[in-house]
Ligand binder design. Structure first.
Ligand code: PMP
Length: 399
């Protein structure tokens, strides 16, 4: 048989998907499983989204759509951007693709030559590393341990950018930690970015509507408008509108970068499905009840999760202020045993937790921080407290 391309030896399936699949399998076998593993919003978009799709079906021309994205969707996205302080962008600055994951892949393809470096903080969202590896890019990891609340400091950024990585990839609010940078923290990082003109800044802000405690969402372009020529803002319909399966992601940035993504689209996909564009435009431009209600609900869930975690002896969980994840430091369990099984690391803890208590979480090493464990708290409401109690019981049973 002829060989697969060499790059496939570097490509691997997503760890999160593997764990979610294992949890699904155990559930299908009749086990009582509570899944805190995958970051799927457990809600649907508002009724106006489905109505817009029904109305559109009667008018569908069946034709190809625009490589950049439909005008309605681009305009709705531009309006949203104004709402988060990003004014002055036009359709030419934007492009739409099959989810933010596809946007990020397109950006990496458009901006990185072979061997170019991409720098990003750890813990990181797993696909950042996977995308870099598939494309043969070098990766510079910037460790942000629990002691610094998983946040990058200006000094770390300054040092990292001294070697002129081609891309600095930033994620705010963060998956997996739920951390949100304050206005002052963003301003301090933006001041550093200004000093390093050779680096593109890709800011993956897909949870920008999911911020709690009145901290607000802030970005580099607001802080230092001159960064507009190098910052690429990435957004998605998946999480905050309850639309992950519709596969719609967007970007806004310099026209040359948006045009590059459009060129890649024209070769890879032509356009995202028109029906998904219609749904996304309706969600962005219609009533915002769903993201607003969910934000309030997730803030309450966050309180429950973090309070239980921090009540466990030895576990430390910096308080997330956004997204729907908590990322406790569970290294206190390493070297201890559960039901006679010794737990050496985060994978052992997750495996034992799933086997003994039926709770699925993702080991922190999947995100580059092996002291952690990710809890996604989007499960059905009646599973949250029982699931967290099982975690508490598990730690109480360690010897
Ligand atoms: N970025 C981050 C930080 C994410 O958490 C995710 C989804 N888990 C994505 C990008 C990809 O989102 P999409 O569903 O739009 O591809």
């Amino acid at each position: 048989m002829p060989k697969l391309a060499q790059r496939m030896s570097r490509a691997k399936p997503s760890t999160i998907m593997l764990i979610a699949e294992k949890a699904r399998q155990l559930k299908a076998e009749g086990r009582d499983i509570i899944s805190f593993s995958i970051g799927v919003p457990n809600f649907l978009p508002g009724p106006h989204v489905y109505q817009a799709v029904r109305d559109w079906l009667d008018k569908d021309s069946g034709s190809y759509g625009s490589n950049r994205g439909s005008a309605d969707l681009l305009d709705a996205f531009l309006e949203h951007m104004k709402g988060v302080g990003l004014d002055g962008y036009t359709r030419e600055n934007c492009a739409v693709a099959v989810g933010a994951k596809h946007i990020l892949y397109n950006l990496a393809e458009a901006l990185l030559d072979d061997g170019d470096e991409m720098a990003f903080p750890t813990p990181y969202w797993t696909s950042y590393l996977d995308i870099a590896e598939i494309l043969g890019a070098k990766v510079k990891l910037l460790p942000c341990p629990p002691e610094q609340h998983y946040k990058l400091t200006p000094a770390q950024l300054d040092e990292a950018l001294a070697s002129k990585p081609k891309i600095f990839l930033f994620n705010n609010p963060s998956n997996p930690t739920g951390m949100v940078y304050t206005k002052e923290e963003i301003a301090a990082l933006a001041d550093v970015l200004v000093k390093h003109p050779d680096t593109w800044v890709v800011t993956d802000d897909i949870y920008n509507r999911m911020v709690f405690d009145g901290v607000g969402y802030h970005n580099f372009v607001q802080a230092r408008p001159e960064l507009r020529e190098r910052v690429i803002f990435v957004d998605s319909m998946s999480k905050t509108y309850g639309m992950p399966g519709w596969r719609v992601g967007m970007m806004a940035g310099p026209k040359a970068v948006a045009d590059a993504v459009v060129t890649l689209n024209s070769n890879h996909i032509t356009n995202i499905p028109e029906v998904a564009s219609v749904a996304a435009a309706a969600a962005l431009s219609g009533p915002q009840d769903v993201p607003t209600e969910k934000r309030a609900e997730f803030a309450k869930r966050r309180d429950l999760v973090v309070d239980i975690l921090n009540g466990i002896e030895g576990v430390k969980c910096p308080r997330p202020q956004g997204a729907f994840y908590a990322f406790p430091d569970i290294s206190c369990a390493f070297g201890k045993s559960h039901n006679g099984k010794r737990l050496e690391n985060d994978v052992d803890v997750c495996t034992a937790l799933l086997e003994a208590k039926g709770v699925a979480c993702v080991p922190g090493s999947a995100f580059g921080e092996p002291r952690g464990l990710r809890i996604s708290y989007t499960c059905p409401a009646d599973e949250l407290e029982p699931g967290m109690q099982r975690i508490r019981d598990f730690f109480a049973e360690l010897s």
